[in-house]
Design a protein around this ligand. Structure first.
Ligand SMILES: [Zn+2]
Length: 306
């Protein structure tokens, strides 16, 4: 303020009017001189109200607590809940978190003689050396683990007619085991549920049973038609996310009336950027063991298909 040049009183008043945005929804009656002094406070109040959904006119949650969220779900106004979930909802099922240095998957990779741990999920490496991936797949095969309370909570939301969709980063298929179906799910990083021949000319699809037989007989899965490798439909480094991720998010997030984020630190893009795609008044509930990524505070991330 001390740097501002001094202005004659009238001019200063004019400038203040120019700089102070008018509060939204202000009625014609309140535009008198009395209101002028409070304009700035009103503006801030309206801004916080609309951002946090606390305004009296458009109040969404009665209180910013889990009880407030539960009341909102029960109120009947909450028909389009979106869940965003990550590795944290499956660790209590016994599935190691890929990125956790001590218990994580990458810490146990020495036995596969990889040039570097991430190579096991790189598409170019896989095409030349598929053995380490299938050895790991046998170790972590879906079906050996049971869903957790988080997975069944989402099934409950579905059964009660509240769930619009679950966006998961997990490839363990535990959402499906808990009872969510294909249409309820966006498996952003793919799934073991289906597999495809890697040859672009063929792309023959194989189901879970076919892949399971190959993996457990320690037979490298090859296409019955063209003998190329067959890979579970999980997204490897160097591959695009499924098309449905991009088409569904444009439909789902603007209509969302409660976003529940569980077990993800929101560090992997473009998944993490989804949190900024709901409307301003939509409450967002984050449940995670650790602090989640900076993206929560820099939400409007441009999202292009890689
Ligand atoms: Zn093929």
């Amino acid at each position: 303020m001390s740097d501002a040049p001094e202005l004659p009183k009238e001019e200063e008043e004019e400038r203040e009017e120019e700089l102070t945005p008018e509060p939204e929804d202000q009625s014609d009656d309140s535009s008198g001189e009395e209101a002028a002094g409070n304009t700035e406070m009103d503006f801030l109040r309206n801004l916080f109200s609309s951002t946090l959904g606390l305004g009296s006119a458009d109040k969404v949650l009665d209180e910013l607590t889990l009880d407030g969220v539960a009341q909102y779900i029960k109120s009947g106004k909450c028909k389009n809940i979106l869940c965003m979930v990550g590795a944290g909802i499956s660790t209590s099922a016994g599935i190691p978190d890929f990125r956790s240095p001590e218990t994580g998957l990458y810490a146990n990779m020495q036995k596969y003689n990889l040039p570097y741990p991430e190579a096991i999920f790189q598409i170019d490496y896989f095409k030349k050396h598929p053995e380490p991936f299938f050895a790991l797949a046998k170790e972590l095969y879906p079906g050996q683990f049971k869903p957790t309370i988080c997975h069944y909570f989402m099934k409950l939301l579905k059964d009660k007619g509240h769930l619009r969709r679950c966006y998961t980063q997990n490839i363990d298929t535990l959402e499906r085991v808990a009872g969510l179906e294909g249409d309820d799910l966006i498996e952003a990083h793919g799934t073991f549920f289906t597999s495809h021949c890697v040859s672009f000319c063929c792309r023959q699809e194989y189901n879970l049973d076919w892949m399971r037989d190959k993996i457990f007989s320690e037979d490298i899965p090859r296409c019955d038609k063209c003998s190329s490798l067959v890979k579970p439909d999980i997204v490897f480094f160097g591959e695009s996310l499924p098309v449905r991720f991009f088409t569904s998010m444009k439909m789902d997030f603007p209509r969302c009336d409660l976003l529940i984020i569980m077990g993800t630190s929101l560090q992997v893009q473009p998944f993490a950027g989804l949190v900024g795609r709901v409307s301003k008044g939509c409450p967002r509930l984050l449940i995670n063991m650790e602090k989640a990524g900076l993206l929560l505070y820099h939400q409007r991330v441009p999202m292009h298909r890689p």
